[in-house]
Design a binder for this molecule. Structure first.
Ligand code: FES
Length: 160
């Protein structure tokens, strides 16, 4: 089937089987390798992308859902300059290890979280990261790292 959608800010048209997954389309048809194929069943978070403003596991999104959608991949995210930047996330959340299989997924999820909320509480952080299983760093270390980012975020001064 023919599918029109927006990828990283540019309109594109592809031909795909309706049940082909987004992760396979990105990696095999479009040669975008920022989202990685790990478990393939929505548990590891290595394939995270932003789909219509919501973070999703791209291994669970079939092609027929893409029509008219807007998708942001790790490649598209690199062009955005906002808080926190990817280097800061790698340093504070991933212990400085950018080469990890989960790195791009964590960066996507954290950036999306800060897009939605400036000062997320712990419950919100846990909810935002529930789709990630990064054994190399550990869930609790990731949560603590995101909490450090929240603390580092400059707060507007209150006027008297
Ligand atoms: Fe999609 Fe693991 S590959 S969640």
């Amino acid at each position: 089937m023919r599918i029109d959608f927006t990828l990283n800010g540019r309109g594109i048209t592809i031909d795909a089987d309706p049940l082909e997954t987004l992760i396979d389309i990105l990696r095999e048809k479009l040669e975008l390798h920022g989202a990685k194929r790990g478990c393939g069943i929505g548990e590891c978070g290595s394939c995270l992308v932003i789909f219509n403003g919501v973070i999703v596991n791209s291994c669970l999104i079939p092609a027929f859902r893409l029509e008219g959608s807007e998708i942001l991949t790790p490649e598209g995210l690199k062009e955005k300059k906002d808080f926190p930047d990817a280097d800061m996330i790698v340093r504070e959340v991933l212990g400085g290890r950018r080469e990890l299989f989960c790195s791009n997924g964590v960066i996507m999820a954290v950036k999306n979280l800060f897009t939605e909320q400036s000062f997320p509480d712990e419950k919100t952080i846990r909810e935002a990261l529930k789709g990630i299983d990064c054994r190399e760093v550990g869930k609790e270390n990731i949560i603590e790292g995101v909490k450090r980012l929240v603390s580092a975020r400059p707060r507007r001064r209150q006027l008297p």
